[in-house]
Structure formats: structure tokens, C-alpha cells
Design a protein around this ligand. Structure first.
Ligand code: DX5
Ligand code: ZN
Length: 228
């Protein structure tokens, strides 16, 4: 089965739009997921926060499992938790398709990434805005996706940090050297305007919470990010 978003050299220029469930109405999650799919979402981005790695608590594996059971959309699961190694299996069992862990978290990064791939999932590595690209470089052969956070993680609705564009360009250059194959994802403050800047710098996966789920017309908002 070919899953939308599988990594191949050809599709790094294909833009993937991943609405973040964090901005959805939690009182009717199933309907919100269906609304995103109908509006043209390629992936659904799931922000898991533990109140420790970031200053907010969102949801855990039970919600990931419920979303997986309600809809077949590709689940891009972003673990903003201090011990991704400890909780990893629960998110694998919940039905995540891609799991992204932070390089700044307290774990053996290489081992965690290997475990994700061994389970048959795609592996992502995230960098906070202040973390240099050099921290991710040793793991480039182990990842399907590099997430460059464009806000300090923890909350939706924050302003895009323009200074991260330099890191995105550096990542794209390293990827273009031909030795590595990974998506470049951006997350935080993404709308049609900032998505255009990120795409110009080399990003191809756009996570967008507020600008999609809270738009008057979600399909138009997704289209605008795709075409920006
Ligand atoms: C931030 C999260 C984001 C967040 C993005 O900590 O990782 O995924 O939901 O929200 P917006 O698009 O509203 O900035
Ligand atoms: Zn996220």
C-alpha cells in the first residue's frame, strides 16, 4: 500500500498540508478530523504535550488511538515530551504513522529513531527555534522528516519566528547534497504568507493549526497554504 507522504526524492517538492488538531474543537474531535480531511488536509498533525518538556498539557495516546479509529488520514505525531523513549510504544500502538521526537528531550535520540523505524513507522526529529541544525546532523540518515519549529513549542496561535528561515535553508542545502532524504516540516505561526517564505527556503510540510481549523473556510485556507 502506498501511503500519502511516503518519503521519496520526488515528493520533497510536493507540498503537504498538516492541520494541527490542537486548534480544533475538542468537544467534537471526530467531526473536526473529518472536517479537516474534507477540506483537503494531507496529514493530520497531533501535538502531544506533557506539561514538562513544554509548559502545556494537551493529549496522549488515547486520543491518538481514537483519531486513528475515526479516520484513515496519515497521523503526524509530534511528541513534545521529556521521555519519548518511555512512551514511544504507546504511540506506536495507538496508530501513529510518523512520530517526531525532539533532539532536546531526555533520551538516546539515535535509539529512539531506530525504534520508530523498526516498528514500520516514519521517524521525525524536531529542533526548537534556538537549537542549531548541527544538533540534528548526526541523525540525518535515520530520519524521514526534520521538523524546524517556527515558534517556541507549547501553544498554538503564536507568531512565526522569521529567524528560523536560515535554518530551513541550511537543512534544504544539506538535503540537496544528495546524501539524505527527509521532508522538511515547519510548525508554528504558519499561514499562506509564512508558508510561502518557508517553501522558498525549502520546507515542504506545513503544519497549520489556527490558520486552518479557525478559518471561516477551512478548504480555502488549506488551498491558500498549498498554493502560496
Ligand atoms: C506548537 C505546536 C504546533 C501548534 C501550531 O507547540 O507544535 O503544532 O499547534 O499552532 P499554530 O498553527 O496555531 O501556530
Ligand atoms: Zn506540532
Amino acid at each position: 500500500m502506498v501511503r500519502i507522504g511516503c518519503v521519496s526524492k520526488a515528493n520533497f517538492h510536493h507540498r503537504i498540508i498538516a492541520p494541527s488538531l490542537l486548534a480544533a474543537n475538542f468537544s467534537r474531535i471526530g467531526e473536526e478530523v473529518a472536517r479537516a480531511v474534507k477540506a483537503g488536509a494531507d496529514w493530520l498533525h497531533l501535538d502531544v504535550m506533557d506539561g514538562h518538556f513544554v509548559d502545556n498539557i494537551s493529549f496522549g495516546p488515547a486520543i491518538v488511538e481514537a483519531v486513528n479509529q475515526s479516520n484513515g488520514i496519515f497521523l503526524d505525531t509530534h511528541l513534545m515530551i521529556s521521555r519519548p523513549d518511555h512512551y514511544l510504544q504507546r504511540f506506536i500502538d495507538a496508530g501513529a504513522d510518523l512520530i517526531t521526537v525532539h533532539v532536546e528531550a531526555d533520551h538516546d535520540v539515535s535509539e529512539t529513531l531506530q525504534r520508530i523505524r523498526n516498528a514500520g513507522l516514519q521517524a521525525g526529529l524536531a529542533l526548537n527555534p534556538a537549537t542549531p541544525i548541527e544538533r540534528a546532523a548526526p541523525f540525518f540518515d535515520q530520519i524521514d522528516l526534520l521538523l524546524c519549529m517556527t515558534v517556541v513549542p507549547g501553544f498554538g496561535g503564536q507568531a512565526f519566528m522569521t529567524e528560523v528561515l536560515k535554518k530551513i535553508s541550511a537543512a534544504a542545502e544539506l538535503r540537496a547534497s544528495g546524501k539524505h532524504a527527509f521532508h522538511i516540516e515547519v510548525d508554528g505561526g504558519i499561514d499562506a504568507v509564512t508558508a510561502a517564505a518557508c517553501a522558498a527556503a525549502g520546507a515542504n510540510v506545513m503544519v497549520a493549526g489556527s490558520s486552518t481549523f479557525r478559518a471561516p473556510d477551512m478548504a480555502a485556507a488549506i488551498r491558500a497554504i498549498r498554493e502560496a
